[in-house]
Write a protein that binds this ligand. Structure first.
Ligand SMILES: [Zn+2]
Length: 232
């Protein structure tokens, strides 16, 4: 195989390697959690925290009501026991029971409000959970496709690198240096196919003399883009 043909093969491999690496980068980036998923997760976490706090508040109010009821019961028992004769003490007890009654009424209102808040928080938690499940499942599906593509790309790249090594070994040190220098200068494309009299890199017409030389296996550069021409 002529050195020019080997350079051309190497070029085909390098171009595909570049393209596959680029796609692999895209595929990896696309697997990051989406803003939608992050927002759904955040909403769910907030809903759980709000519900927990509402339940704790309701429980504290209930405990306060229990303690208030016990206290009121003790005072009433004492008031109606007949053991208290002192009018001042009786009057104090009555006032205390009244005060406890007012506090109980306020507390019951607060408990009702707390119950409404707990119900709202429970509803929001159910909705947030459902939404997170749906978003997560969509994301899992889309990343499953990406994960598969990633695996395929990695396998293909591994194969291409092996083939590249084999082709590169067929080049003389001079041809290899020439290829590397030109590739660096020409955005990674050192060798262009020559189809008829058209350069396949810049699509300009190549002179008849150059076409003839290229067909004879001589080293010819495209007059427009400066790449090595290989008849295809
Ligand atoms: Zn060209």
């Amino acid at each position: 195989m002529s050195q020019i043909r080997v350079m051309y093969n190497l070029q085909q491999l390098d171009s595909e390697i570049k393209e596959k690496k680029q796609r692999l980068g895209e595929v990896l980036r696309a697997q990051k959690e989406t803003a939608e998923l992050q927002a759904a997760r955040q909403r769910n976490e907030t809903a759980v925290a709000v519900l927990k706090s509402a339940q704790a508040k309701r429980q504290n109010l209930n405990l306060e009501l229990d303690s208030l009821n016990s206290k009121a019961k003790r005072s009433e028992d004492r008031l109606y026991s007949g053991n208290v004769k002192n009018p001042k003490e009786l009057s104090d007890l009555q006032h205390e029971i009244e005060a406890l009654g007012r506090r109980r009424s306020a507390l019951e209102d607060e408990i009702l409000e707390a119950m409404v808040l707990v119900e709202d928080a429970e509803t929001e938690k159910v909705v947030a959970e459902k939404s997170l499940t749906a978003v997560e499942s969509r994301w899992q599906q889309s990343t499953a496709v990406l994960r598969k593509e990633q695996q395929e790309l990695a396998l293909r790249l591994h194969k291409l690198m092996g083939e590249r090594e084999k082709q590169a070994a067929l080049l003389s040190p001079e041809s290899r240096a020439q290829y590397d220098t030109l590739a660096k200068r020409k955005n990674g494309v050192a060798v262009a196919g020559l189809r008829g009299n058209e350069c396949q890199a810049c699509f300009m017409t190549v002179s008849a003399a150059k076409v003839k030389s290229a067909e004879l296996g001589e080293l010819v550069y495209c007059g427009s883009c400066g790449r090595v021409l290989c008849p295809v």
